[in-house]
Design a protein around this ligand. Structure first.
Ligand SMILES: Cc1cc2nc3c(=O)[nH]c(=O)nc-3n(C[C@H](O)[C@H](O)[C@H](O)COP(=O)(O)O)c2cc1C
Length: 192
């Protein structure tokens, strides 16, 4: 089983990266193969709405690092996308990535969305400064349904709140809780 994590924060050692990597660690311990991608290391341009991805079978025509991510997504069984909450929403980096998923609905990727094909599992992770984890619930619910419309099997929306008081790595309970999410991803998949 292949699981890939995406950190959509500019901080490679921040709360989001730490959380994503703990989830991947839990999955690895259960035998999954994992990969971690940091958007801070990647050049991902915004969608140009040229609809080039719908013409022919080469997918998105923008020649940037998103091409590596399309390939990685195609080969993965499960995705974990983490974003800090910025102004009550996902980060700009996460939004640019999400818009570029438009190209998944193109001839290049159509086998992945054929009837009968297992949907890719997606776990969403948000970290936020505010200690009230339900503060942006309306937005989290909306984001979950948006990814469901994109044909992902959204497993869970994990909200890590209160980062303004204590960073994620200092929260002892998060160490096991995040690893458990990764471990569960593997066992749920193996149970089918
Ligand atoms: C530009 C910006 C906007 C933010 N907006 C919010 C917000 O609306 N609500 C909130 O609770 N935290 C907000 N935060 C705090 C971050 O969500 C929080 O510190 C997060 O854990 C940072 O993740 P990182 O360490 O992975 O970069 C904001 C931080 C920045 C830099």
């Amino acid at each position: 089983m292949k699981i890939i994590g995406f950190t959509a924060s500019p901080r490679k050692e921040g709360n989001t990266a730490w959380t994503i990597n703990k989830i991947l660690e839990g999955a690895e311990e259960r035998g999954a193969e994992t990969q971690s991608w940091y958007f801070s290391d990647l050049d991902i341009k915004p969608c140009r709405s040229c609809n080039g991805c719908k013409k022919g079978d080469r997918g998105c025509i923008l020649n940037d690092d998103m091409q590596k991510l399309y390939d990685a997504i195609a080969q993965a069984d499960a995705l974990v996308l983490g974003s800090p909450v910025y102004m009550g929403q996902m980060s700009a980096q996460a939004k640019i990535f999400t818009d570029r998923l438009y190209a998944l609905f193109s001839p290049r990727f159509s086998p992945y969305f054929k009837e009968g094909q297992a949907k890719k599992s997606l776990t969403l992770v948000f970290t936020q400064g505010n200690p009230d984890s339900s503060k942006f619930q309306v937005y989290f619910d909306y984001t979950k349904s948006m990814f469901q419309m994109l044909e992902f099997d959204v497993q869970e929306v994990q909200v890590i709140a209160g980062m303004r008081n204590e960073p994620a790595h200092e929260r002892k309970e998060l160490h096991t809780a995040m690893k458990d999410i990764g471990s569960l991803l593997v066992s749920e998949r193996s149970l089918g």
